[in-house]
Design a binder for this molecule. Sequence first.
Ligand code: BGC
Length: 710
Amino acid sequence: MASPDTDVSDLVDSLSLDEKCSLVRGAADPEGTATGYVPGVPRLDIPEFRLADGPLGIRIPGRSSTAFPASIAVASTFDPELARRQGVAMAREAKASGQHAVLGPGLNLIRVPNCGRNFEYYAEDPVVTADFAAAVVEGIQSEDVLATPKHYVANNQETKRLVVSAEVGERALRELYLPGFEAAVEAGAGSVMTAYNRVNGTHMSDHRRLVTEVLKDEWGFDGYVVSDWFGTESAVGAATAGLDLEMPGISLEALHEAFGLDPDAEMLEEGDDESIPAGETTTPRFATELKSAVESGAVPADRLDDMVARILGQMARIGLLDGDWGDGGALDTPDHRDLAETLAARGTVLLKNDDGSLPLSDDADVALVGPGVAEAMLGGGGSSEVTPAREVSALEGIRARTDGSVAFEPGVERVVTPSFFDDGPADGDDHADDFPGGKTPDIDAAADCAREADVAVVVVRDATTEGADRETLRLPGEQDELVAAVADAAARTVVVVQSGGPVELPWRDSVDAIVESWYPGQADGDALASVLYGDADPSGRLPVTFAPEDSYPTAAEERFPGVGEEAQYDEGVFVGYRHFDAADADDEPTYPFGHGLSYATFEYGDAEVRGDDAVAVEVTNASDRDGREVVQAYVRPPAVAGVERPMRELAGYAAVEVAAGETETVELSLSEHAFRRYDDSEGWTVDAGEYVVEVGRSSRDVRAETTVSR
Ligand code: BGC
């Protein structure tokens, strides 16, 4: 039971049963701005309460707000302070539109490289996820707006997301899937959203053990738990399991109407033969069944009081109940635009750079090739779509930056990201089918154009969306053929990949440089130009492993997408680099976790232990350019008979600016998470022994080693 302050308890006592029931479920927003809306109780001066999507910016129908880069790009900065600032900016934008809660961050671990929502999540690693979770939550809540970490928990795929059961062991839950949420709760998140899927057979809305016992009792979460939209399985089951607020609380048809949702969007149906008939899962439960369930005693009256108290408690916390909320809102300010650009540039990962092909010289004549270069890559499809007031395409960004010429060829047909919304930013109908200059897609024309330039920059992209997983990690359409043809013709070829997660790069040996810029958001072209021309050092590092599709642990069908309605998580904790580093893994990553090049050259001194839980290293920038390095520390556990552990786990990292020729001492604190393991009978266990601490540039590029004991 949450312990609301006296005012909130008094308020709960003054409410009728009907009024209580009206506060624990959504309704249609008369203003049409909120994703989720709770009408207030005017009789008692309880105001309306509005929740807006998240997590890449604030989505308000018909309004624009800052389109930040994808969360995976934000994590690539390895700089949680930037995520905190993003949280502050998103909260100010929410406030400017009268929204009290942001439906984000997305904290599901990137388990499956094909997941259609990887762009909304941070990393395949729990320490990175937890750090970014805490930072963005702190940022959002520092502005008196509530954060809503989602989707609790094990929502790692979109295929059959309403029904699939993640069959996952306690150790993997504890070591991989829960830490992001726990960190968000520790950082003070006011709300947590349950996932659609089942975990070990039980829908998350009904999962008493994970919702009440772990989240509320064990972690002390005193905010409210909100369902995902139409994700409330049952009134009695959910209320008694610990769900506090049902969303959207109205029928799918009413929601479509209120929101201008595209009725054909694959939001709830998966589009395969086992799709969910709409009516079956989209009936509001609390609206129809909760009152009688309380009257009959099936849901205890004090459980309903607790639900209401948790919601009112958070409204009180942000000053909403005192009429003291709403100062400091601001939309699309110069600061927010700059931050969107900084995040996009710092989150850009330089995967390959042969013979110093990058940065480009200011006066190089550029052939800019690709079907999307005239449109900023804002994000993926789904509830995270944001409409920005301004966006800069690669073509605009490079034209504005260069002193040379820029010739453009699309090469292949446009790659269209499906949108959930009739007027969605990712919707193909939004843009003319014409390419600038009346160009038509033609690979030969693109190769000819590339041949005549000093350098060809090919921009390729995928198209991912909520509601569907990627069928393949190959780029859509004929983009691979396009890159190969350009690489054949051009003197130098730089490929810019805009993807929601790992992709296969079959042409990588025949191009000179590869830049991964994810979904960079509204600042796309400006951020890209600043990286390509060396105004910003590409300091992004991979928060996910790039590898051939069939070498990920989830390549087996029973693991992903699962057989029947079950996905077996029997790879346990061996996800991402934990899998690829395992002694019995056959395949090498294409680009390992933590990888990313810089234009500067860094040399590492010896690693020195500081106290019990930190390590220091001297990093020298041995080049004549200022640079930004991400120093990483991994821990290798001692062998313990009968216990299988990952070979190494990320324990700490720091993004540091090192001026040309300078040396910085970088101190990394080592997360206890990397030392402990979860034992099914003993719980968290730290084995006594010597742990090797590897310090370096990536999980596979170790520059110094030391040991610590536990
Ligand atoms: C998504 C959530 C989102 C909600 C409201 C659901 O389809 O899974 O992430 O916040 O819709 O738009």
